[in-house]
Design a protein around this ligand. Sequence first.
Ligand code: SAM
Length: 231
Amino acid sequence: MTSPPIGRVYGRRRGRTLKGKASTLYATGLNALSVVLPEPPAELNPTTLFETAKTATWIEIGFGGGEHLATQAAAHPEIGFIGCEPFINGVSSLLVLLDEQESQNVRVFSEDARLLLRALPEGSIGRAFLLFPDPWPKRRHEGRRFVNPEALDLLARALADGAELRVATDHAILQEWMPARIAKHPAFVLVDHATVRPEGWAPTRYEAKALRAGRRPIYLAYRRRSRLPEF
Ligand SMILES: C[S@@+](CC[C@H](N)C(=O)[O-])C[C@H]1O[C@@H](n2cnc3c(N)ncnc32)[C@H](O)[C@@H]1O
């Protein structure tokens, strides 16, 4: 199994023509919120992205329409969020939500999340969300699934000791695939495996679709192990 080169995104980047507020905000508001990566080997210091000091930086990989990210941002104004999403219709939906709730603590990276993870300083992220990632159910596409050893290495590097990784899926293949891959990675310890969305998690559009169709998601929480030797 080979994973796609970093920077390569499969899935679509664009859907229906943007209209109204979503179109205006995408055209006028995105630049101010966009995360621009420095040329390697320089790293992106996430604490410089926000106008006021934040207690931690959390990231969401593939935020879709941004419902979850906007809810978390409103619930945690003390945290700086970076949302990764290459689908421009999803990005514009997020901008509308942030505008409506007047959140100032979210920045957007509209490319492959692995590029961002690679550019972040080691141990700089306090929490990461990967919710209902694309399942790529065909055998020949399994290398495209986000959870693979290379992406887990990047996540493990970016997450601080004790940071939480939250993962959810309703897809039968990923319900086996993701826990099996993450369990093999030495940096992660499973701390919660739920079949009902735990308190402190927020709904997502794909979760709602799954529940309407009668599928039962799983919600997994992992802790990033300490880098210090454990005695
Ligand atoms: C099935 S959707 C789920 C969206 C959202 N998390 C939800 O639960 O409603 C998966 C999302 O991941 C995004 N995605 C796919 N590959 C990605 C990557 N390499 N980096 C960031 N986002 C990615 C897709 O564009 C898509 O919007």
